[in-house]
Design a protein around this ligand. Sequence first.
Ligand SMILES: *Cc1c(COP(=O)(O)O)cnc(C)c1O
Length: 370
Amino acid sequence: MLVDFLDLKRQYINLKDEIDRVVIKVLSDGHYILGNNVADFERAFAEYCGSKYAVGVGSGADALFLSLVSCNVKSGDEVVTVSNTALATVNAISRTGATPVFADVDSRTLTMDPDDLQRKITSRTKAVVPVHLYGRPCDMDRLTRISNAGNISIIEDACQSHGAKYNGRKAGTMGELGCFSFYPTKNLGGYGDGGMILTDSKTKYEELLKLRYYGMGKEGKGELPGMNSRLDEVQAAILLVKLGYLDAWNDKRRALSEYYIEHLRELPVALPILDEGDGNVFHLFVMRTKRRDELKNCLASCGIGTLVHYPVNIHLHPVYSYLGMQKGFLPISETASEEILSLPLYPEIGLDEMDCVIKKIRDFFSGSTA
Ligand SMILES: *Cc1c(COP(=O)(O)O)cnc(C)c1O
């Protein structure tokens, strides 16, 4: 049996009638940029998350960049984030001219270690970008306490955690700004690029409306150093349909993750921790083993797709060599990058497919590859 890492067509087929209807309606209505669909989806997503305002933008990367710009982050400033994240998180920081600074992560959750954040803060730290990695919210209480003490803005990278909860609050609503991506593979994904910024600040909201639209204010005058980064009407219409299913999909992801955990727990591997009420929405199911490459190759040879999120920490990418960070600077992030493996997990995966993955992993560790 072949098991794809992810098959997005299944979700489309399940929703085909609804999706096709709204897409055709946008096409025939003739209003393609910043119309009712974007406004309706912004309102619905803000309400779903429990935020006052939402601004649809072109991508998750742009959501992060524009949020940093709205906090006046610029050359000479430092922004603390983590290194075990999507390249986009760090790109957004360096695009402002600011210097990315990396905090190491907690070995249990692989999210930003508040103690290391404390150590990395300097007089130049302007913002902190914690990443709710794999669907698991960061330790926001401690990160917020440390950031508030230094008068530092928190911009949440919630691109992997649509609907995730932390102490009753949704990811993306705990910082000054929260950033989302609607890249097709995310828990809430479109059929193209898209992103969203959440904020409770009216001032920031009004500024972001200008920033995504050339920086244009009243009477078409350029007021801010803006760009073109708009969520489009077709994606917004699709996302509005899909938002209605997000909670059910997230519940399914969690139930399927419990299934993996139950059937892999006796093996010599580290599995995601399931804390009572932890609010993890399992964007990815990531296990750890020192024999990662061997296991990955073995699964690939029997037709099972896996991925590594992420194989190289961002501080070791060539484009960031100017930061002068070497291997050994972030020991927990670096060790994790050699041991992590993402298994196939999405709401439409079949139990027969998961059973096949489980069996091959069990065979691998019992020494038989039959
Ligand atoms: C997907 C992702 C992004 C970037 O989103 P795009 O829409 O692809 O620009 C940023 N951060 C994290 C953690 C992501 O997973």
